[in-house]
Design a protein around this ligand. Sequence first.
Ligand code: KG4
Ligand code: ZN
Length: 330
Amino acid sequence: MRIVLGIESSCDETAAALVTDGRVIVAQRIASQDEAHRPYGGVVPEIAARAHAEILTPLIEATLADAGMTLADVDAVAATAGPGLIGGVMVGLVTAKALAMAADKPLIAINHLEGHALSPRLADETLEFPYLLLLASGGHCQLLLVEGVGRFRRLATTIDDALGEAFDKTAKILGLGYPGGPAVERLAGEGDVRKVPLPRPLLGSAEPHFSFAGLKSAVLRAKQAGVHADADIAASFQQAAVDCVIDRSKRAIQAAGPVTALVVAGGVAANKSIRAALEALAADNSLRFVAPPLQLCTDNAAMIAWAGVERLGQDDPFDFAPRPRWPLDA
Ligand code: KG4
Ligand code: ZN
């Protein structure tokens, strides 16, 4: 059995996990900084970096203690090296380098997006390459053909906002606070999806990409009009988002060629309406649908440790530079 320590600090969760090559999450801890950022309605990079620096080392020690292990027991140290907020990424990567150097273990620099993209394989040992992945989070909205570890073909990306960002901005407009996705989903459950006419940007377009900026602006106008119930705005927004996601995913299924499954990952995969619609789309196309458990969908370190397991044998140099931008198919 081999075991990897994973570290995640690219946004507003500080996380550490120990994952085996047998797909067992031996221990994991996540410290959310939601409370620290809530007054600002979004993640403040400077506050995030400072919090990561304060929390990360004790969090790693606690994770090892939970497992009854020391660094000597791990086979590699894997950390998110980008993309993300540079301050947080630096804290995680520097800590990983120090631990790997001190314990004489290989360092594995992980692309955060690859962590999300491979996480479904941690949850489901039968998931084989190639699969079509919708990766939808606060910073990203992409359709990727995942052909193997480190082998991705980007079929679509957003030309403006990410889907999670659209949820977060809608939450802000409706005064629901931060983080927005779960709050919008909750309120949408009490509203009518047909009450507020909202645009579906790029629906039916031959262009493969996503766009959510126009939808967000329309939500703002609907709110400012003052005639709609917030729950109806939330429900109508969520339905428009679902319609866009399904239309774009349909196109990607056609463009991808043969795949083993339609897979969803990233924080937005927690959304039940989006999951259900994707599941139906997969069934219509005789594809398996795979969605990791919710705690693997939002940012976590188990997915980083798992990507490290998939990359065991790699040993990155200690001068590996953090990459605030790091496209998956580059
Ligand atoms: O993957 P993630 O934890 O962090 C990033 O790498 O961005 O994704 C967080 C994003 C946020 O925009 C959040 O609002 C969204 O995922 N999200 C949701 C839901 N839960 C989280 N969006 C819609 N519905 C949800 N239930
Ligand atoms: Zn993420």
